[in-house]
Design a protein around this ligand. Structure first.
Ligand code: C2E
Ligand code: SIN
Ligand code: SIN
Ligand code: FE
Ligand code: FE
Length: 355
């Protein structure tokens, strides 16, 4: 996924010429050269059609058309590859945030502009859009690879799914090693409960995409350094369904399992999970395996919102939650392969090079 930084087109809409100038200067200073500045919101559609931007920065309070109306107009085009829209707003109220999200905005930048915040949002959302385009355009290619049998293509396929997984996860962790540790742990667990080679191979390839739906979560929420407010939780929990939707409509065993995992990796054995509140064996086995591997790795890793736990503390939480969060048979399998899980942790350490 390498588009040279700076070649992406960014459409900026603000009725204040000084704001346009300021944003233009900040982005140009960072090497973005293809910038379209629009002062009159009535010109957005024509500019959108003419330039096909990769990202839209949009003011809310403007004469003639407000930002919400501009979003409605853009949505009405039904472009499957509509780029992310970042709302520029001085209003930090929860209502404004929810309304813009409900309309289809992806994220916010507060006024007055903070240079670092702006540049981080822009870089991340351009990456996210690129991942969307990749997923959209490459389903057919992925499908062909899935059916190919040669060792080389097999290796390439693993690379592709791991990169897709990273596109979602590298925003909230450093190296992308979480998905490597997590997918190898899934495979260990699957083998331990008696899955055959083909199924083990499937889960190795499918589990890296478990959090692909995080692509749809605004950075303002995903990267929040502290605990979530209830309305932020509501948004965060949608990542399971968003992921399932991205991976849906594909007939291969691989994509089918990837979809199951994305949808059900936050379900819990006792029915208290999300998004569907499924219970016990109603949760696909692949989702139950992914849940355990994901939680173990999330607990033992640092996140923007928490420090890393020790292996002992994580094992204790998992054991305590046997029959509550986790399938008891899987907790038993996990304890049986714990030394091998620790080997995986050593191989794909945080701070080490991503393999
Ligand atoms: P994640 O960081 O990959 O964590 C995956 C799962 O591991 C969590 O799913 C949860 O079941 C478990 N987990 C992670 N850290 C802890 C912990 O400190 N204590 C306990 N008891 N369990 C933990 P969950 O809760 O559904 O969260 C899903 C995702 O939502 C997380 O993925 C993370 O990206 C985000 N998230 C959850 N809580 C917060 C928060 O307070 N602040 C922020 N910024 N993000 C959060
Ligand atoms: C402005 O329009 O410049 C401030 C009000 C807002 O966008 O929330
Ligand atoms: C298996 O049992 O080998 C895989 C079927 C499943 O995902 O539950
Ligand atoms: Fe998740
Ligand atoms: Fe995860």
């Amino acid at each position: 996924m390498s588009v040279i930084a700076g070649h992406e087109c960014i459409l900026i809409v603000d009725d204040e010429p000084t704001n346009l100038k300021l944003l233009d200067r900040m982005l140009r200073g960072q090497g973005y050269t293809d910038l379209v500045l629009v002062q009159d919101p009535r010109e957005v559609l024509a500019q959108y059609r003419a330039r096909g931007p990769d990202l839209i920065l949009l003011d809310i309070n403007m004469p003639h058309l407000d930002g919400y109306q501009v979003i409605e107009q853009l949505k009405a085009l039904e472009d499957p590859l509509l780029p992310p829209i970042v709302v520029l707003t001085a209003q930090h109220s929860r209502d404004c945030l929810l309304r813009a999200l409900a309309c289809g905005a992806r994220d916010f930048v507060g006024k007055p502009f903070d240079r670092n915040e702006l540049l981080m949002r822009v870089r991340n959302l351009l990456d996210v859009h690129l991942a969307h385009r990749l997923l959209h355009g490459q389903r057919a290619a992925l499908e062909r690879m899935v059916h190919a049998r040669t060792a080389e293509l097999h290796y390439t396929r693993l690379q592709v799914v791991q990169r897709l997984g990273r596109a979602a996860e590298y925003r909230d962790e450093e190296t992308g090693n979480h998905i490597l540790r997590m997918s190898h742990t899934c495979t260990l667990l699957a083998r331990q409960i008696g899955w055959g080679d083909a199924q083990c191979d499937l889960i190795l390839n499918a589990s890296p995409m478990h959090d692909i739906g995080k692509i749809g979560i605004p950075d303002a929420i995903l990267l929040k350094p502290g605990k979530f407010e209830p309305h932020e939780w509501e948004v965060m929990r949608t990542h399971a369904a968003i992921g399932a939707e991205l991976l849906d409509g594909d007939a291969s065993d691989l994509m089918h399992m990837a979809r199951d995992i994305a949808l059900t990796h936050h379900e819990k054995w006792d029915g208290s999970g999300y998004p569907q509140g499924l219970t016990g064996e109603a949760i696909p086995m692949a989702g139950r395996i992914a849940a355990l591997a994901d939680v173990f790795d999330a607990l033992t890793s640092a996140r923007p919102y928490k420090n890393a736990w020790s292996v002992e503390a994580a094992v204790e939480l998992i054991t305590k939650n046997s029959g509550k969060h986790f399938d008891p048979a899987l907790v038993g399998a996990f304890l049986g392969v714990l030394p091998k899980v620790e080997e995986i942790r050593g191989r794909y350490r945080e701070g080490g090079a991503a393999a």
